[in-house]
Design a protein. Structure first.
Length: 303
């Protein structure tokens, strides 16, 4: 058997530049000159297809992100657009709101230009089809509000401060959980369109036109002194001599906290009674909750 020389011999390679290195690399056996152009057209078609699908996916993603936005973010965008562009119609419906953000107070500064004259906007605020359970105090600062839609929510109570919306013309409260409506609401001077049904209102007691919900036989000393202070024209002339907590309590009392009969201001009513009546253009009677400063006022009151 012949012996095979397995010893390694040193091989010396001559150095080459980078361009020469490529010549020593193995070449694809099927490569032809036309391949780059063929590959180019194939890639272009695929790229065009990818771009079209990406456009669709981007649009769908944007829609999902808009729908998935937090309700407060949606409200913020609407408020910014309203204020910046002087829009009178504010649509905050179907946003899954459980309450009304305090930012809503910014709408009181909305202005519009009519006949080259800048004036306060006659706001129309639509909050229907949400899940609102309570109305925030900021809402009642919108004295320029003319239309307010709150239908199809979860409201169980309408605060008496709604009477502060002195320019309100149209109010929609249907499809909530209201048992009564406040008598103060009927004081709004410009209110002409009132939508109140359906709601689970208190049923009238057979043979009675009124029903007492609350009655105090003896007015508390705190209530008596508070009423005396509030009725005085110089109630806060010596404010520095009055404890801060008392001053804060007195100044926080809403101006609509007045007796339905004598119109005197009170901190808390002595009597709360429900009267069934058909307010404004409403044909069907609804329970209206009135508040009085005394049993005498409730006895002589006639709605």
């Amino acid at each position: 058997m012949n012996n095979v020389d397995l010893s390694c011999h040193e091989v010396t390679w001559e150095d080459t530049d980078s361009s020469e290195d490529e010549d020593y690399l193995p070449q694809h056996p099927f490569q032809e000159v036309r391949l780059p152009s063929i590959k180019y057209y194939i890639n272009t078609d695929r790229k065009r297809g990818r771009m079209n699908s990406m456009d669709i996916e981007t649009r769908d993603l944007f829609k999902r992100r808009v729908n998935e936005e937090e309700p407060r973010d949606k409200v913020r965008k609407v408020l910014d657009a309203t204020i910046d562009n002087g829009i009178e119609e504010v649509d905050l419906s179907k946003m899954n709101l459980v309450d009304i953000p305090d930012d809503i107070v910014e709408l009181q500064y909305v202005t519009v230009v009519q006949n080259d004259v800048v004036k306060a906007a006659s706001l129309q605020l639509y909050l229907y089809s949400n899940q609102i359970e309570d109305l925030c105090p900021s809402l009642f600062k919108l004295r320029n509000l003319t239309v307010l839609s709150l239908r199809n929510n979860r409201l169980t109570n309408i605060p008496v401060e709604i009477a502060l919306l002195e320019n309100l013309v149209e109010l929609a409260l249907g499809n909530n959980q209201l048992q009564t409506i406040p008598g103060e609401m009927l004081r709004i001077p410009k209110l002409t369109i009132l939508s109140l049904f359906p709601n689970p209102y208190l049923a009238p007691v057979q043979g009675q036109k009124r029903h007492t919900l609350h009655r105090v036989s003896v007015t508390s000393l705190v209530e008596i002194t508070t009423r005396l202070v509030l009725s005085s024209r110089n109630a806060f002339s010596n404010e520095e001599n009055i404890p801060t907590d008392i001053v804060n309590r007195l100044t926080s009392i809403s101006p609509v906290n007045t007796c339905e009969q004598c119109k005197k201001v009170f901190l808390k009513p002595d009597v709360m009674e429900v009267h069934w009546k058909a307010p404004l253009t409403t044909r069907q009677p609804v329970p209206v909750l009135y508040r009085f400063c005394s049993m005498h006022c409730s006895d002589v009151f006639s709605p």
